[in-house]
Design a protein around this ligand. Structure first.
Ligand SMILES: Nc1nc2c(ncn2[C@@H]2O[C@H](COP(=O)(O)OP(=O)(O)OP(=O)(O)O)[C@@H](O)[C@H]2O)c(=O)[nH]1
Ligand SMILES: [Mg+2]
Length: 303
């Protein structure tokens, strides 16, 4: 009796690497069809290695979104860089995202130098091709020069924001990950804790509603979480933490209008993400120069 051949399942870890604002988190959300990682126009929005799981008939891709790779000697930036760096050896495939609307400069050169040893398991997404100023041809020339052994069929033009061109790229990634069972149950799409996701959504709204140095000076601390009404409601108390007393007023706004707006926008997203009703008490406090404090950075960035 002949049996029809069964295609084996594939599963692997894909690290997403690229410059700040290349669209790594936007890509992850589009690929997964869920809001997993926060997005903003401000560079260095992502501060952690965030897992997002994409299930397909043929298998599972476990993406790891990383902080934008950026050369700087500041304490926080060095942490962000090492988070991205450390994900390389533990991934099966590396997805390098390049912003087609920006000329590839020294930062892009640093990244290609970093990725050169991984070229055999590298896939490139040339992102933001929807923008009129996008020049994918220029990026391709850059890649040919910097990564000459990268096969051309590993380079894809995409628009993460418009969810265009993602399927051939995902197919290519599935072809490259090893044969193996799924690492996560199929209904899983992220491994983040509830309090981390709440903190991140609040931070996204704070970034989107402030300017200049404030977006970088903010972190969010979830102080209390309590399930009520038999799991129907989640009550959260959180602090939006800034670096200086003078920044407090800027986040609170006139008549507390800004902090109210941040809270309302965060709640709208959180109520879409979670199956229970969220109640949020949000306050602002100062932790002087937290970006210089190792214990805080350890807590926020895990180390
Ligand atoms: N036009 C356009 N904009 C995009 C696209 N992908 C991302 N963006 C925008 O680019 C900005 C940065 O996107 P993110 O996804 O936060 O970028 P990132 O690479 O995760 O940035 P960091 O976390 O700071 O490293 C946001 O304003 C996105 O809306 C795209 O395909 N087209
Ligand atoms: Mg990001």
């Amino acid at each position: 009796m002949s049996e029809s051949p069964v295609t084996p399942t594939r599963c692997g870890v894909v690290a997403i690497i690229g410059r700040p604002s290349a669209g790594k988190s936007t890509f992850l959300n589009a690929a997964a069809g869920e809001k997993i990682s926060i997005v903003s126009p401000v560079p260095q929005t992502t501060r952690n290695a965030i897992r997002g799981i994409v299930n397909a008939e043929r298998g599972q891709l476990v993406f790891v979104d990383t902080p934008g790779y950026h050369d700087s000697d500041k304490k926080l930036n060095l942490r962000l860089k090492s988070i991205a760096h450390d994900r390389l050896p533990e991934s099966d495939v590396v997805l390098y995202l390049v912003d087609a609307s920006r000329e590839p400069g020294s930062e892009e050169e640093t990244i290609t130098r970093l990725l050169e040893p991984a070229v055999g398991r590298l896939v490139v997404g040339i992102n933001k091709v929807d923008l009129p100023e996008a020049r994918p041809g220029l990026i391709k020339l850059f890649l040919e020069k910097r990564l000459p052994s990268l096969p051309r069929d590993r380079v894809f033009e995409i628009s993460a924001a418009k969810d265009e061109g993602l399927d051939p790229l995902l197919t290519c990634l599935l072809d490259l990950v090893p044969v193996g069972e799924r690492l996560y149950p199929e209904e899983f799409y992220t491994d983040q804790d509830v309090d981390f996701r709440i903190a991140e959504v609040i931070r996204e709204k704070a970034i989107l509603n402030t300017r200049e140095e404030i977006p970088h000076a903010v972190y969010v601390e979830v102080a209390d979480l309590e399930m009520r009404k038999g799991g129907k409601e989640l009550w959260a108390r959180a602090f939006l933490v800034v670096e200086r007393e003078s920044q407090k007023g800027m986040v609170i706004g006139k008549g507390a209008a800004l902090i109210k707006k941040i809270r309302t926008e965060a709640l709208a997203d959180l109520n879409r993400i979670f199956p229970y009703r969220i109640h949020l008490d949000l306050q602002v406090k100062v932790n002087r120069n937290w970006r210089q404090k190792d214990p805080i950075l350890n807590r926020l960035m895990g180390r």
